[in-house]
Ligand binder design. Sequence first.
Ligand SMILES: *[C@@H]1O[C@H](CO)[C@@H](O)[C@H](O)[C@H]1NC(C)=O
Ligand SMILES: *[C@@H]1O[C@H](CO)[C@@H](O)[C@H](O)[C@H]1NC(C)=O
Length: 518
Amino acid sequence: MMSTAMTTFLATVTLLLAGNRHLTQAKTVVLFSPPHAANVRTYTNTGRALAALGHDVYVPVPDFMLKDNSVNVQGINVIRYGEYLGHFDDKIAAMAVDKFWRNQSMVLGDFTGFIKFWEDLATQLLSDKQLIAKFKDIKPDLFVLMKQPLLRDFVIFPYMLNVPFSCLCYYHDYVGQRVPISLSSSPMHLNGDFLEEGMTFIQRLKNSVVHLTLFFLHEYATSDKLVAKFAPHRPRISTKEIMSQAEISLVESDPIIDFARPQLPNTKFVGSTAVNLPEELKEPFKSFMEKSVNGVVVVTFGSSILEVPDYISFKMMSAFLKLKQNVIWRVKLQSPDPGKILTSSWVPQNDLLAQTNTKLFVSHCGLNGQYEAMYHAVPTLCLPFGNDMPYNAQRGVVKGFGLKADIREVTDIELLALMREMLENNKYKKNIQKASDLYKELYKRPVNETAFWLDHVMKYGGAYMRSTGQNMPMYQFLALDVLVFLAVVKVVFVLLVYKTCRCCCGLCCGKKRKSKRD
Ligand SMILES: *[C@@H]1O[C@H](CO)[C@@H](O)[C@H](O)[C@H]1NC(C)=O
Ligand SMILES: *[C@@H]1O[C@H](CO)[C@@H](O)[C@H](O)[C@H]1NC(C)=O
């Protein structure tokens, strides 16, 4: 009797204590990325790591991804939304590749089109009453959002709900973070034109123009229109100003895959949260991998580009058939020789790259794929389409992780030669193996690191890491007021000296003239 009562009492105390701990520590976090599978995947990965620390994690996942089963939603609370978006990934892919296949380059109009595209998306999401009601209902302690000039309208969500937010993005936002930078030392994303030893004068000129364009985009392509419309109860400031209030900015980058870049203490480079530990291969990939005694080449152009024009597939198949290795290609296409080339519209990319039998990766060089290849030390042949891919491809070449080519122009013979060079010359494998070792030693599990910092700012806030430069108006940050003041002092000084001299001269000459006349 006694002992039963005691046990019950102890159990109650334990429960109460546990419950108490839960109450004081567990927070509710919403990780809200744009409705693009590559981004939602990194957010669900980070979400699981945060949940492992005991937090209540919610990730809004668009309807089409849940139908496609294209993201792993285990271990997190899913907020289903956005039937009105349709298949958003297909729209993004079309935007990226349509012009590319037509051999047209981007013009200024395309960029204003992009700006409008993302602003329309934000307007659509901010008008989603059900989604906002859900946010109000779960009462988040923190929002996690992407920090990118074109996506910054997302910050209106936390602003309207008066909730702090942090950023998790592949993009290091120098301008928004007020990092004092040099226009010519760091190659800018979106600019794939640089060399191993740095940049030539023309390249620095180009790079500076890209930097300045981004600066003006950041400073002037901003408005408080949507803030006024969707958060009328809050002070009317621009999205740019809201953005600068982030508790912390976590950047999915590092100097091993990318370059050394200046940063302030409230920016942390965490590596990639996209890379998962590999799982065992499923069929038919497992047996195909096992029977490929000469190794395998894995070919994918991401989840959205599953179809290529005939002239491309023809030359690629032709090159693949001449290889000693077998090929696994993610594409919607019948294989001409299924024993040699396995085609499938879905492949477990990370698990395939983790196999020691995988010798080469042929890829469009999206960021996540490039990270997976580096993590598993697989040399990569980049065939970039657009966006950040040409930049990613060039840094891969510069770092000796692989080679690149224009998929439209390369012939089947050249493609074969490029792949053979990378399969036979050991230097690519050596370089990427070193990068992989270094990365694993320094970044361990990036999702844990990311979860750590998010947890940290929920406990302590991020204010102590801020630089005063992040709180002042741009003209003060650029010291324009100081420079103008100094210029005025200089002008006044020069004028004074000039006037004094003239006065003295006048007196002397006057005297001389006077004395002459005398
Ligand atoms: C990452 O976090 C998980 C869950 O908290 C833990 O089990 C794992 O050991 C951590 N891994 C590393 C390398 O710190
Ligand atoms: C684009 O260029 C490639 C070769 O550079 C050519 O084979 C292809 O037909 C061109 N496509 C179009 C739509 O003009």
